[in-house]
Design a binder for this molecule. Sequence first.
Ligand code: AMP
Ligand code: MN
Ligand code: MN
Ligand code: MN
Length: 281
Amino acid sequence: MSDAINADLHCHSLVSDGTLAPAVLARRARDNGVQLWALTDHDELGGLAEAAQACAEIGLDFVTGVEVSVSVDDQTVHVVGLGVDPSHEGLRTQLRAMSEGRDARAHRIAEALREHTGVEDAYAGASRLAGNPALISRTHFARHLVERGVCSNTGEVFSRFLTPGKPGYVEHAWATLEQALGWIQDAGGLAVLAHPGRYRFTPQRERELLTRFVDLGGTGIEVVTGSHSAADWRKYAALAGEFGLRASRGSDFHCPRESRCDLGRLPALPQGLRPIWDLLH
Ligand code: AMP
Ligand code: MN
Ligand code: MN
Ligand code: MN
């Protein structure tokens, strides 16, 4: 397959912190010209059957996916697994355990937000906004605080309350990098380092992360994503080449009102990269 196809290999449905149903996303992807599409909900496989069914009906090439939350040093890093088997018992068991930790974290976030914003019902509010009771994310808290008039948009909630160092931020131990890559590979998937431009590593730490990622069998890196600047595309194109990683492309679309980048509305990969989708068919 050529590197010119419109592949969008990263987005979210209401099974995690997106707002649209998997089948609605599939049609939106098709309408936006996407030719190869993956649904990659956070730590969840629950939307993949509906997405696959919708894609079969509309004739859109579909890749299963998941975006696993990982702790590296004191940061959260996301690893996308593409082509995972959604029925794989090991992966399902591990993600179920992660959702228990996430729920405990949600109660702690709600308590911190009660103290710092006066909003008393943040857990119930976030839970009501979550399409999936097993996955309450910071995004749901952000939407609830906007509904309550604490902030005017979700970006403001993140910057005032929900990012590291802010009063509603709760430290959490997600999967280790070794675990995430092991689970993805055991389930038959390819691991892709998501939106590397969003992390706050020193250049040396970033190179150490890429070295470990490759040593653990990681296959790809997102070069073109909704949260990367043009400078990021160039930087991660060069690092993909240097580390022998396949290049991926994904909007990270969540919600029509909130997301800067819609499904499939991304520039092409820079020239000279080996696209990950050559391995997905
Ligand atoms: P969680 O997995 O609950 O920690 O939530 C992480 C999600 O929050 C990410 O996948 C993004 O969708 C969203 N997010 C993280 N940081 C920001 C930010 N600064 N502004 C808006 N959304 C953010
Ligand atoms: Mn998200
Ligand atoms: Mn992410
Ligand atoms: Mn994402």
